[in-house]
Design a binder for this molecule. Structure first.
Ligand code: 2AM
Ligand code: CA
Length: 264
């Protein structure tokens, strides 16, 4: 069974702080798809982490947002990296962004690390060993219904053709819950559910690097993550995501199932 040293990995992930905080790296950017951006920060962070991981663990494959991964065999151990989750926030100097690293072994996420360089929040989880924020255990909330919930959402900004129908569903959720939040980094949004400061989160389309690290963190914190129809996530592939404290999952599915059913 493939294993990796958590202390080495957290040091590696934290070591990118200087790259992220360097304003020159933020200003050099391109639009790689509609409303979907890449900066020199994304590219340099991925280069730094993938280079180190390849040296440390030569037998493990690498999947990162800023690269090609068509030929990967998902049955083999695979690193899954988002060098910056929340790039749109980063280019606006909004601090809600993070580096997210996961290890997938036998199509299960074995560990996850989410690090926010602006706030120095470090979320860590290994399967079966609990979930932590800066080495302190975290736990999901105990809220049992949407009427008492703070609901975090993703707006799928790179596919704005869904906006009218998705925002109509969001309006129905808004009527039922206490309030809605939109953070802009799926990894940190799901981490917020894991630490109990939000009760659930959903987004129509996420990539594997957006949700992989957060999945093990949330599950180790007592939460639940499925796609928006309640089915298991197809790890390593794009999917919709519903992340919750477990207690409001069914009630949320009553709304998010409609998102999946909507035509493009
Ligand atoms: P990113 O900042 O790493 O690109 C915002 O709604 C969330 O969606 C962020 O976590 C963002 O990650 C992610 N995201 C951005 N572009 C995306 C795309 N083309 N497909 C799926 N997720 C995307
Ligand atoms: Ca990214």
């Amino acid at each position: 069974m493939f294993t990796a040293d958590m202390r080495t990995l957290t040091e590696l992930v934290r070591s990118v702080k200087a790259i992220v905080m360097d304003e020159r790296n933020v200003t050099q950017r391109e639009e790689k798809g509609a409303f979907d951006y890449v900066t020199m920060v994304d590219l340099e962070v991925q280069k730094h982490i993938s280079g180190a991981l390849t040296k440390l663990y030569p037998d493990c494959q690498f999947m990162g947002e800023e690269g090609q991964h068509l030929s990967l065999d998902l049955d083999r151990p695979t690193w899954i990296l988002d060098p910056i989750d929340g790039t749109t926030n980063l280019i606006h100097h909004h601090p809600q962004c993070a580096v997210a690293l996961a290890l997938m072994v036998r199509r299960e996420i074995a560990l996850g690390i989410i690090y926010s360089p602006f706030t120095d929040q470090l979320f860590t989880a290994e399967r079966g060993k609990g979930a932590f924020l800066n080495n302190r255990p975290i736990r999901v909330s105990q809220i049992r219904s949407l009427s008492g919930s703070l609901v975090s959402v993703g707006t799928t900004p790179y596919h704005k053709q869904y906006a009218r129908s998705d925002f109509a569903v969001m309006a129905d959720i808004f009527q039922r819950c206490q309030d809605i939040r939109r953070g802009g980094s799926a990894a940190l949004d799901i981490a917020s559910v894991a630490m109990g400061i939000a009760d659930c989160f959903y987004e129509r389309i996420l990539m594997p690097w957006d949700y992989a690290a957060a999945k093990v963190l949330l599950e180790e914190a007592g939460g639940k993550m499925t796609d928006c129809q309640g089915d298991p996530l197809p790890l390593g592939l794009p999917s919709s995501c519903l992340a919750s404290n477990g207690l409001v999952h069914e009630e949320m599915l009553g709304f998010t199932e409609r998102i999946c059913a909507l035509p493009a």
